[in-house]
Design a protein around this ligand. Structure first.
Ligand SMILES: [Zn+2]
Ligand SMILES: [Zn+2]
Length: 350
């Protein structure tokens, strides 16, 4: 009997390896296409944009790929910086140091919330309470990243769990896109609810920087979604610092770089005049479909991109009563980019 069980287990193991290998083969073709698509998109934009995926797992926790394999997939995707953020451990750190484009982090994994720290000074054990995890990360002078704030693997959390995020003060990073458990594409219902929460927090005046990360547990999922950071820096630490300024965007395809009255998005909040000159530059070598400006969670203006691969949009927007403006782009095949917001101090705040 026990020998039969062993055979069954061996059979299942073979099946799993076969499934993984088939997926990696199919995913690899998509990865190669997307890498080439991005190379041409970046050429169209005419400026240096680094791509960062802040969240992934290896065999040092519950991932299926080694650190070396994760770096191989990172290279194949063309992602510039990959965060290796295993659960409640830093044993991956020594291994990661052999790969200059990997960034060491930890996913502080409590019962109800997962919070990431990058460049940790030392291991943080979870206290199983969101405010506590955030405080312990800030004690190391780091900015916490709230992972999958409204749900995980396609399941939306109950309200009390999401309420804990609403109680936080800024600044913090938050995922508005998370790829965990998804095949070929990061998107599921939890990403939409995370974006709803993002708009809510911005309306409450909380400085939250949006990020999008694969949360890859398999090598083939590295870069399912990523952060575009307009910077010429090459060092992962410098690129990470640029991301922290809030000037970047979350994407799985198009590029979008915005400015308002000549300034990049991010902190500190701008005190607006009555009118704001918004400039949007967007590109996707596979073609652009639509652009949309979101103010305090609602569509302010939108337009057609007519399948162009590069588009500049100049808008004069009313200001003085809106807390934030952000921009969304949809490409011809439905891939999306979300710029980080311009946040405004209102007269009523003073
Ligand atoms: Zn998690
Ligand atoms: Zn994770």
């Amino acid at each position: 009997m026990s020998e039969q069980m062993t055979r069954l287990e061996q059979g299942l193991l073979h099946l799993r390896r076969f499934t993984d290998a088939t997926y990696a083969y199919l995913m690899g073709r998509q990865v190669d296409e997307l890498r080439e698509r991005w190379r041409r998109t970046q050429e169209l934009m005419g400026e240096s944009i680094r791509r960062v995926d802040l969240h992934s797992h290896t065999t040092y926790s519950d991932g299926t790929a080694s650190v070396a394999e994760m770096d191989e997939w990172r290279q194949r995707t063309g992602i510039d910086v990959l965060g290796i953020t295993d659960h409640n451990t830093l044993v991956q750190a020594d291994d990661c140091r052999r790969y200059p484009q990997l960034l060491v982090g930890e996913e502080v994994t409590g019962e109800h919330h997962h919070v990431l720290i990058h460049f940790p000074e030392s291991l943080i054990m979870p206290v199983h309470q969101l405010a506590g995890e955030v405080e312990n990360i800030r004690r190391q002078q780091r900015i916490p990243l709230i992972a999958h704030p409204t749900g995980w693997m396609g399941r939306v959390y109950e309200a009390t769990r999401i309420d804990a995020v609403r109680m936080l003060s800024g600044p913090f990073l938050m995922e508005i896109a998370n790829g965990a458990g998804n095949w070929y594409d990061y998107r599921d219902s939890t990403d939409e609810s995370a974006r709803g929460l993002w708009d809510e927090l911005l309306l409450a005046g909380i400085p939250v920087i949006a990020t999008g990360n694969s949360d890859a547990h398999r090598g083939a999922n590295v870069g399912l979604v990523w952060n575009g950071v307009p910077t010429a820096a090459e060092d992962p630490g410098a690129i990470y610092q640029a991301l922290l300024s809030g000037c970047g965007f979350v994407s799985n395809g198009p590029a979008v770089v915005v400015s308002a009255d000549g300034m990049a998005p991010g902190s500190p909040a701008i005190v607006p005049q009555r009118q704001l000159a918004l400039h949007i530059r967007t590109a996707d070598s596979a073609g652009l479909a639509r652009w949309r400006v979101v103010g305090d969670g609602s569509t302010v203006q939108e337009g057609d991109c007519g399948g162009k691969t590069l588009l500049d949009v100049n808008l004069d927007l009313p200001a003085g009563h809106v807390r934030s403006y952000r921009v969304e782009i949809v490409s011809s095949d439905g891939r999306q980019a979300f710029s980080n917001p311009f946040r405004f101090s209102l007269q009523s705040d003073v």
